[in-house]
Ligand binder design. Structure first.
Ligand code: HEC
Length: 130
């Protein structure tokens, strides 16, 4: 590999890192991934996208809310392949504690555990396919 290619790769890696650090505020994660449907206000769109602001499900037990966002539901896409555990933890904490919501924060370890639950639930189906 030539020196200039090594240099270019280094630059690319450095700029990708800078972008991801900048993008990873909880609010920008929400705005980038969720607000198209649920709105930046968290109020959703009546009849189409449920409000997350003031929603008891969002502020309740963390696990069902986390697995809903990881695995998707009905008209909502799954986010497990789009976001890493740390970003999901800050995004979900933002949703649980913004707009007057009084949910408890979730940690990266909580998201890892929720992911494991989803994978465990999927296993029997995967095994049958072989
Ligand atoms: C493409 C539109 C869309 C996007 C993007 C989207 N959602 Fe949803 N979301 C929905 C719909 C539609 C539902 C209702 C699903 C149903 O009918 O069960 C929903 C439901 C939910 C629920 C369950 C609410 C309840 O009371 O049951 C949560 C929590 C949620 N979304 C969080 C998020 C988060 C966090 C993001 C971003 C990571 C996100 N959503 C992105 C459309 C979307």
């Amino acid at each position: 590999m030539s020196r200039s290619i090594v240099f270019a790769c280094g630059l690319l890696a450095a700029s990708a890192f800078a972008v991801s650090v900048q993008a990873a505020t909880p609010q920008s994660l929400f705005n980038d991934n969720c607000s198209a449907c649920h709105q930046t206000s968290g109020k959703g769109v009546k009849g189409a996208f449920p409000a997350l602001a003031g929603d008891p499900f969002v502020q309740g037990a963390p696990l069902p809310m986390m697995t809903t966002v990881l695995a998707g539901r009905a008209g909502m896409p799954a986010f497990k392949d789009d976001l890493n555990d740390a970003d999901l933890a800050s995004l979900l904490t933002y949703v649980r504690t913004s707009w007057g919501n009084k949910g408890t924060p979730v940690t990266t370890a909580d998201v890892v555990a929720a992911r494991a639950k989803i994978n465990a639930a999927k296993k029997p189906r995967n095994l049958q396919a072989h």
